[in-house]
Design a protein around this ligand. Sequence first.
Ligand code: PDD
Length: 280
Amino acid sequence: MTTAYLNGNFIPLEQAKVPVLDRGFIFADGVYEVIPVFSGKPFRLKEHFERLRNSLDGISLQLDYDREKWQSLTDQILALNRVTGDASIYVQVTRGVAERNHFYQSDFTPTVFIYCKPSREMDLSRGVGAVLHKDIRWDYCNIKAVALLPNVMLKQYAREKDDSIEAILYRDGYITEGAASNVFIVAGDIISTPPKSNRLLPGITRDLVVELISTSTYQCREVPVSKTELMQADEIWITSSSLGIAPVVRLDGRPVSGGKPGPAWRAIDTIYQAFRKSDW
Ligand code: PDD
């Protein structure tokens, strides 16, 4: 039985219910966070809570939960669910229940929901497929908003078009990110990823990968990446808390890096796997 946290109480997941007038349901008026857990321990928790704070501030949702409170709630969720392996913690915060009205009241009671589920590690050793698609999302992609309909449509398009796992998005000829991941390209010994802006989510894995590349023989550049550069890249990777670093070996049905994971991915993923297993 999974135990979840809902508005102050730890309860069985099946009993966790949100009223239909919750603004998360009516307006997608909320933000969320996904925290990976490796061997029972939440990974980069401080960074995830910082991003959650930025997302909450980004939609002016006042919530009086401080870092200690979040830490204690996530610790309790892991303990109550006896998590000792790999998992993901999901935190959803909405502007709560109110009569349907676009305008929100200042005295609302937020809905706070936390749960965790075990994660299955994907076998990335043979790489994954991706497709290219125009970025059809709104303009504040740096906020981890629950308004995920475009992302859902884009991921489904990737699956249906080419049995791929991700859509790599572009605006005005430049890559932004994946529908649920960040993007890196490799050209020789230079690894590039688009710089942070309102057009992409500041991925916690992205930042870690940038950090880890600096300890390798490769150089990392946070620079705009054009569609042409992506299509001509030696390697393409997508990164996220759920995937880690995934090598894209097929883009729109055409092979990337000879249709198999490349040497830069092997080098950086080895460093990433060692970091994950180290005492961080
Ligand atoms: N998504 N960009 C988007 C649009 C994302 O949804 C995600 C993660 C990322 C990568 O961020 P991070 O490295 O912090 O996971 C980038 C999560 C995993 C999800 O919604 O399930």
